[in-house]
Structures are given as C-alpha cells and as structure tokens.
Design a protein around this ligand. Structure first.
Ligand code: ACO
Length: 367
C-alpha cells in the first residue's frame, strides 16, 4: 500500500477534479466557472449564478425566466413538512430543522442520478423552511412565499413579513452569490462522498448540512457580531482590540488559512455595504473596527499577512439586512445549497466511489 500521500485532514490532497470553482489564496481570487466571483456577485442575480454553477454558462433571458419560474413554483412547503415542523421541539437548532425537513421531502423521484430539477426543488424550499420555523417559534402566522419576488427578495420578505428595500436585496444577493461555492471544503467534500455511492441528492444535502452545522465550518460570523457588540462604540475600539492583542487573542473576522492577501469576498461585501444606509451606526462601527484592527495587527503581528476575511463583512451585511444572529449559518446554508448540488451533479457525471485507505496504528497479532 502506498502511504506517502497521507496528511492529517487531507491537507494538500487533491480529492476531485472540478470545473465549478477555484480558490486562489495567493492571488486573492475566487473563480466560478471561469468568471471572477466578486464581479458576478456585484452585477448578477442569485438565479443567474445558480444557472452558471449548474449548467456551466450564464443563461439567456428566456432561460433565466424559466429558472426563476421554477424557483417560484417550488417554494411552497408541502403540507406534511409543515406538520412535521410543528412536532419538532422548539429547542431544536435551525440547521437540524432544515436537515430533518429536507430528509422528509424524499420521494422516488430523487433516485440517482441527481438532476438540476431536483437541485432547484431543494434549493427553492430552504428559505421557506427557515422563515416558517422562525414564525412558528415566535408564535406568529408564517408569511406565505411571495410569487412575484425572486429568491433572495422573497427570503427577506418571508423573514420580515414586509417587502424588502432594493438596497437590502442587493446586499444579501451579493452575500449569497459569494457564499454559494468555495472549492473542496468539508461540507462539499461530504456531499460528494455520499453521492459517490450513487445515493440520492437529498442524502448528499443532509450530509452536507450536518458538516456545515459544526462550529469549525459554518459558525464564525456570529462571533464577529458578538465582538462588535462587546466593543460597542468607536471610542472603545482601540483599547478593546489592543487588550485582545496584548493577551495574544485572535481578532474575529481577520486572517485566513488559504487567502494570504485580501479575501475577495470581504472586498465585494465591503463595497456593497457602502450602498446601504450611510447613517447606519452599526456599519460605521464595523468600518472603524476594521481600520483600527488592520493598523494594530500590522503593529502586533508584523509580516503575518493578516487581512479582513469574509466573516467580518458577512456579519456586517447580515446584521444590516436584519437577519438575526441565530439565522447566520442557516442563511449561509441557503446559498451553499447551490454549490453542493452543483458538485453532486458534477460527481455523478464521471463517478467513482470514494474509497481511501487508512493508516493502521494498532497492534498486529503475533503468529
Ligand atoms: N487576530 C490576531 N492574530 C492572528 C489572527 C487574528 N485574527 N489570525 C492569525 N493571527 C496570528 C496568530 O496569532 C499567529 O501569530 P504568531 O506567529 O505570533 O503565533 C499568526 O497570525 C499565524 O496564525 P495562524 O493561526 O497560524 O494562521 P492560520 O492561517 O493557520 O489561521 C485562522 C487562520 C484560523 C482563520 C486565523 O486567522 C483565525 O483564527 N482568525 C480569527 C477567526 C476567524 O475570523 N475565522 C473565520 C475565518 S474565514 C472562514 O473560515 C470562512
């Protein structure tokens, strides 16, 4: 057996070929199917980039209309799902609720191989699950999906019960496009491993959601809001950050394992926050914290290549569009469904079951 390829956490190991995305940490680039994801996020709709990731090219106007209509038609929560949701204990986390309800959607049409129609159905229903559960937990009547709004606008509409502003829709769309896909991360890898057994798309998605639920993967932006909350005012920023750095603690929302220059997703999100209300006290604090933190990091950690990461501005954007902290990871899931499903479909086209080796470290019985 060849054991030379072993590395803990599969670090540095290539696990699959893909034409969906490239994460270039040195150049600070994220590419979706040959296009710069930052540009896509600022200039295209959520549905257009779904089409790009699923079909490999941008849609014509007619194709985009067809996809948008399919999303609208697949939004409603089937009656049996609503029934199951009402039985789930209130303390169950939203990620577990999404995982459970997607599981319960299974019918024979989801058999192998996975299709784009299945991907649309599963992606379309996630915002409805999140918004309906949120309403039920608050003891309110859930807001039914709006049939003339696009995916992201409809999500904001269902969460808040009112029509969202264009600036909020644009900001959340940028966030959602930038978080749709990001190379061979833990949840995407999980989804492809499940698909490689020729299991169904729903099983791949529930496995991916299980991986995303872990705090090492999907849980960071809420820590940024906690940090900003603790800092509280511009006046306290410098002393708060300095005391953390003096104690050798990490500042949330800075540094990245792969990006050793500015995270392109943070750049795009920063740009979009500039289009939100200039009067927003929260955003003003976020800008001030970023500026002060980068100056102090340079002073306390010279040469470490520490820049603002996606989590910092993800938190700023999600808070600005009034998504509560507990829905940060579910909202990330809502967009990552697109990347996961695209990966599973790609896996199915030239499938080979994943069957790596393990390095046995136990005893060998003596003969
Ligand atoms: N604040 C202060 N110092 C930092 C930070 C930070 N955010 N990040 C790294 N450093 C310092 C480390 O203390 C270390 O200093 P040293 O050389 O004096 O020991 C040096 O920079 C290298 O740090 P590592 O942890 O080895 O860098 P790595 O690339 O492995 O870590 C990580 C990346 C885990 C993201 C780290 O930067 C971090 O913990 N950041 C804060 C948490 C955060 O924002 N997480 C979200 C990341 S984005 C994402 O996951 C999608």
């Amino acid at each position: 057996m060849n054991t030379t390829q072993w590395s803990k956490g599969l670090e540095g190991v290539i696990a699959a070929e893909t034409a969906i995305s490239l994460v270039d940490g040195e150049k600070g680039k994220l590419i979706y199917r040959g296009y710069d994801a930052k540009e896509l996020s600022l200039n295209h709709s959520f549905e257009e980039i779904c089409f790009l990731l699923w079909y490999g090219r941008l849609p014509s106007h007619k194709e985009l209309m067809t996809l948008s209509n399919a999303f609208r038609n697949d939004r409603a929560l089937p009656e049996h799902l609503l029934h199951i949701m009402k039985q789930l204990p209130p303390e169950m986390s939203m990620m577990s609720v999404i995982r459970t309800l997607l599981s319960a959607l299974e019918d024979p049409s989801y058999q192998w191989p996975p299709t784009i129609e299945q991907a649309i159905r599963l992606t379309a229903v996630v915002p409805t699950i999140i918004a309906t559960r949120t309403a039920i937990l608050k003891g309110k009547e859930p807001t039914a999906p709006h049939l003339s709004l696009d995916h992201i606008a409809n999500y904001l509409y269902m969460i808040h019960g009112t029509s969202p502003s264009l600036a909020h829709v644009k900001a959340l769309t940028t966030y959602a496009i930038l978080t749709m896909e990001h190379g061979m991360n833990a949840s995407t890898f999980s989804s492809r491993v499940i698909a490689s057994t020729e299991s169904d798309l729903i099983s791949s998605m529930t496995g991916a959601i299980g991986a995303m639920k872990g705090p090492l993967h999907g849980g960071a932006p809420s820590e940024v809001t906690e940090m900003l909350h603790e800092i509280g005012t511009k006046e306290h920023t410098e002393s708060w950050l300095t005391s953390k750095l003096e104690n050798n603690e990490k500042l949330m929302g800075f540094g990245h394992r792969v990006y050793k220059t500015t995270d392109p997703r943070a750049e795009a999100l920063r740009e979009i926050t500039g289009k939100l209300s200039e009067e927003d006290v929260w955003l003003e604090l976020a800008y001030h914290v970023e500026e002060t933190a980068l100056r102090l990091l340079d002073q306390y950690k010279p040469g470490r290549k520490l820049y603002t990461n996606v989590e910092f501005y993800a938190a700023a954007v999600l808070k600005a569009v009034e998504i509560p902290n507990e829905l940060f990871t579910p909202t990330f899931t809502l967009s990552r469904m697109v990347g996961w499903t695209a990966n599973v479909i790609e896996q199915s086209i030239d499938n080979r079951i994943f069957r790596p080796q393990s390095l046995y470290t136990g005893e060998i019985p003596t003969p």
